[in-house]
Ligand binder design. Structure first.
Ligand code: CP
Length: 311
């Protein structure tokens, strides 16, 4: 079994372009497997994985769980809302108690940036970051880039604009790192208040003009306005935001070329994207979700190469 250059997947920052290529090539094989009548392979038999979700999730949680089951891993699920965390238990105590049940890998979503990095230094298990606060969401970026590769044949040389609430988005940061590592040009577009001041230092272009950005790009990755992370008003109203930065079919049809439209979900229909654009032939939103299972299978499989089965 080949494996990645890092023992954990904490962020795209830690992956080399070769790692990303390897993940994509293994995901190609798993995508073929999950489209067969018998969708399961024994690759992670005898490996136990705990999914620890300290923050809400639909896609990521279900996608990891399905990926683990398709690989024949034993799976346990933990959600902080129904756990003893509310009784004052620390993160390390919670995780060490779970690991005492002989768990090999931990997939964790946490509202605090850096929580998975902290865990990786204190517990004996492979850690996969399923989203840490406003920091990184590495498997989302991998499945986004994989979906661009599938739709356009390659990522290298493509122009990708990430639109919306860049300031609060872990998806944006992981996408920037991932796309640049494999040769795409990246632009961010949104209101000045939702774009971090020094983001150009990451080598991305910045635009506040949606039409200009859409005419520049091959792919538009549209993000949700993360109202739950906004402690102040960053724009006058959602209606105003939609008028300036919302995408609909009419706008797409008025562009110089046909672009690919993506969204990591959850979608706020009628805010950042209208239904006629989200459900159009240019949208690959559901393809992204489908590819998420194959990409997460690849990540888990490659990281499991580092594990000695626990006795
Ligand atoms: N894309 C994403 O992270 O969605 P969830 O919050 O539903 O997992």
């Amino acid at each position: 079994m080949s494996s990645l250059s890092t023992p954990h997947l904490l962020g795209i920052k830690d992956l080399s372009p070769e790692d990303i290529g390897q993940i994509f090539s293994v995901a190609d094989n798993f995508k073929e497997v999950i489209n067969r009548p018998i969708k399961k392979v024994p690759s992670l038999r005898d490996i136990t994985i705990a999914n620890l979700f300290f923050e809400n999730s639909t896609r990521t949680k279900l996608s990891f769980e399905l990926a683990e089951k398709r690989l024949s891993a034993d799976v346990i699920n933990f959600s902080s809302s129904s756990s003893s965390v509310s009784k004052g238990e620390t993160l390390i105590d919670t995780v060490n108690n779970i690991l005492a049940m002989k768990v090999d890998m931990v997939v964790m979503r946490h509202p605090k940036p850096g929580a998975p990095h902290f865990l990786s230094r204190h517990v004996d298990a492979v850690i996969v970051n399923a989203g840490d606060g406003t920091h990184e969401h590495p498997t989302q970026a991998l499945l986004d880039a994989y979906s661009i590769r599938e739709n356009l044949g390659s990522v290298s040389g493509k122009k990708v604009v990430i639109i919306g609430d860049i300031l609060h988005s872990r998806v944006a940061l992981s996408n920037i790192f991932c796309l640049q590592k494999i040769g795409a040009e990246v632009m961010v577009c949104g209101p000045a208040t939702l774009i971090p001041k020094h983001i150009a230092e990451l080598g991305v272009q910045v635009s506040h003009n949606l039409r200009e950005a859409l005419n520049w790009c091959d792919v538009a990755n549209v993000l949700r306005i993360q109202l739950e992370r906004q402690e102040m008003a960053y724009f006058p109203s959602l209606r105003e935001y939609t008028m300036m930065f919302g995408i609909d079919k009419r706008l797409l049809e008025s562009l110089k070329k046909e672009i690919t439209v993506m969204h990591p979900g959850p979608v706020n229909r009628g805010v950042e994207i209208a239904s006629d654009a989200a459900d159009s032939g240019q949208s690959i939103i559901l393809k992204q979700v489908e590819n998420g299972v194959a990409v997460r299978m690849a990540v888990l499989y490659l990281l499991a190469g580092k594990i000695e089965r626990k006795g």
